[in-house]
Structure formats: C-alpha cells, structure tokens
Design a protein around this ligand. Structure first.
Ligand code: AKB
Length: 319
C-alpha cells in the first residue's frame, strides 16, 4: 500500500509515470499533481485523484501530503535545458526553491523523494566517453547548475536528516505520449513525428553530436526500480548514471529510414542547444546502477524505432 504524489504529472515523464504507478501498484493512491494551465485530461484525470501541486507553494504541497498520507513524491517539476537558458530565474525558482520545499516537507513527514538529475549535470570538462559515475561536474547551463545542486541538496537531506532521497541522471528521453518541450535532446523525439507525418525535419543539432538517449519505458522502469531498491545495497543515492543507447543525428535518421525511407532532413543548428549538447557526455558508464540495484535497459535503437513508429501512426491516425 503506497500513497504517491507525482509533481508535474502532465509533463513528458509525469503523464506516463502516473499511469504506470496506478496500473502496477494497484493498492496505491497516486495523486496527479499539476499546475494551473497544465491540468490532467482523459485517462490521467479519470483514473485517480489529482490536485494543484506547485512546488513553489510549500503550504499547498504540505496540505496534499497530509490529506493523502503521501509516503513517496516523484518530483518532476523542471524547465528543460534550452528553455531554462531563456528563463534562468524561473528555472532556479522551480528547480531549487521548489526542491527545498519538497525536501523540507519530506523531512517533517517522513516522505521518500525522487527528483531526477540529467546528463545536463555534466559539463565540458567531464570525460565525454564512458562518463564515470563519480567525476567532474561543472556544467555551464542554468539547467545543469540546478541539476548538480539537486543532486547535492538531495544527498544533503539524506546524510543530514535521513530523508530517503534517490535519483537517476536521465539521458534524453524519447516517447510518443507527451512532447518534451524546451530540451536539447528534443530533436530525437520530433524527428519521429516528422517522419510519420511525411514532413521534412529541421534538425537543430549538428551531425556528429553524440548524446545518451533512452526510450521512455526504460526510464519509467528505472525510476520505479530505484525507489523499490534495497537501501542497504545503495552506495550512491543522488544520482545514478543510467544508459541504454548513444547516437548522433545521422544515426537515428538512418535507423528511421530503415522503416520510413522517405524521411527528409535539413540542418539549421541552434547555437544555444548545440553549445549545451557539445558540453554533455557522449555516452555514460552506468555500471554503478547495474551493480547497486540491477538496472538493465530493455530497448535499443531498433526496437525503440519500431515501437515509436507503430504508436505514433496510431496516435496521429496515419497508416
Ligand atoms: C534536455 O534536453 O534538457 C533534457 C535532458 C537531457 O535533461 N531532455
């Protein structure tokens, strides 16, 4: 029996994680937390309770935690990397002040907290190939700064107050349910939409730029697996490298063309996203996650591409 609050339940990760938690932990109450303007709809709204949960409103959050006897929070409220460069103060407010509110409530009420970090927590001086679990983290984007601080603050609350904080460094996440919006890795989602719709794709990331990527079902599985992991095995907490595939734009376009040969691409490199992408790892070493909580991905580029195209065709009504 678990009582879970998903903050950011209508976003790219939240919309799928909330449904998976409701399906796979049937005795649980999973509250879909949202902000006004991003209300849950359809199955997300109908399959369980929802509540306004703005991370910047500590009293409002505390009230939800008390009302539903919440024992676990998945804190998914964040501005992604490119949009955080345009709105750095808002990114700080949501990612840092918001996290502090959540951790304080967790400390007072004994709640476990998952707040994802990202490949964005690394920077230009980080070893780019086989990026180790414990290494240099000196990001130059506001998103990256907040992600490193998220890791440190979450570890601080664990060591100082015993709050059960855990997290992973997500790669770029690819999914067909909800669009990401404002990230550096978004191109790897958007190209599937263009391919299925038969539209030319304009790529903002230069050829040859490798980044870690992951299919959403693996990412959701990782988050839930880590929150269920035996704490006595965890040598790390915030945050674990997790990896499943690494590619550069030409490789994902070639893979999609195996199924949709007509895909047309042109490059219009966005200097902001490109600078961020160049500073991020090419491929992370996730051996600590594999050793400490048996992490293992299921999807590779080929199985992801088959599943993405099948589901996008259904979603968009295109055969
Ligand atoms: C982004 O591109 O900002 C995110 C991330 C990798 O954290 N998808």
């Amino acid at each position: 029996m678990k009582n879970i609050l998903v903050v950011g339940s209508t976003g790219q990760i939240g919309s799928e994680l909330t449904m998976k938690l409701r399906r796979e932990i049937p005795q649980s109450t999973v509250v879909a937390g949202y902000i006004p303007g991003a209300e849950p709809k359809g199955e997300l709204l109908e399959s369980g309770p929802s509540a306004i949960a703005d991370v910047r409103d500590a009293a409002g959050l505390a009230e939800i935690v008390t009302r539903y006897k919440i024992d676990t929070i998945y804190n998914l409220a964040a501005l992604l990397s490119a949009v955080a460069e345009r709105k750095p103060l808002l990114a700080w407010d949501i990612q840092m002040n918001g996290l502090l509110n959540i951790l304080e409530i967790a400390r007072e009420k004994g709640v476990a907290v998952f707040t994802p970090s990202s490949i964005g927590s690394f920077g230009p001086e980080t070893p780019h190939v086989g990026t180790p679990q414990d290494t240099i983290q000196r990001p130059r984007s506001m998103y990256g700064v907040t992600k490193v601080a998220t890791e440190l603050l979450s570890d601080y609350y664990f060591h100082k107050y015993g709050v059960d904080t855990r997290s992973v460094r997500f790669p770029g996440l690819i999914s067909y349910t909800t669009l990401p919006g404002g990230g550096t890795t978004d191109y790897a989602v958007e190209v599937y939409y263009s391919a299925v719709k038969g539209e030319e794709f304009t790529c903002p990331i230069a050829p040859g730029t490798y980044m870690d990527m992951m299919y959403m079902p693996d990412a959701l599985h990782a988050a839930m697996m880590l929150m269920e992991a035996d704490p006595s095995r965890l040598k790390h907490r915030n945050s674990f490298n997790i990896a499943s595939m690494s590619f550069e734009p030409e490789q994902i376009f070639a893979k999609i063309r195996e199924y949709i040969p007509s895909l047309q691409v042109r490059y219009e490199v966005d200097p902001v996203r490109q600078a961020i992408a160049t500073s991020w790892p090419d491929s992370m070493d996730d051996s600590c996650a594999r050793e400490e909580w048996d992490w293992k991905p299921t999807f590779d580029m080929d199985s992801m591409t088959v599943d993405m195209i099948k589901n996008l065709r259904l979603k968009l009504g295109i055969q």
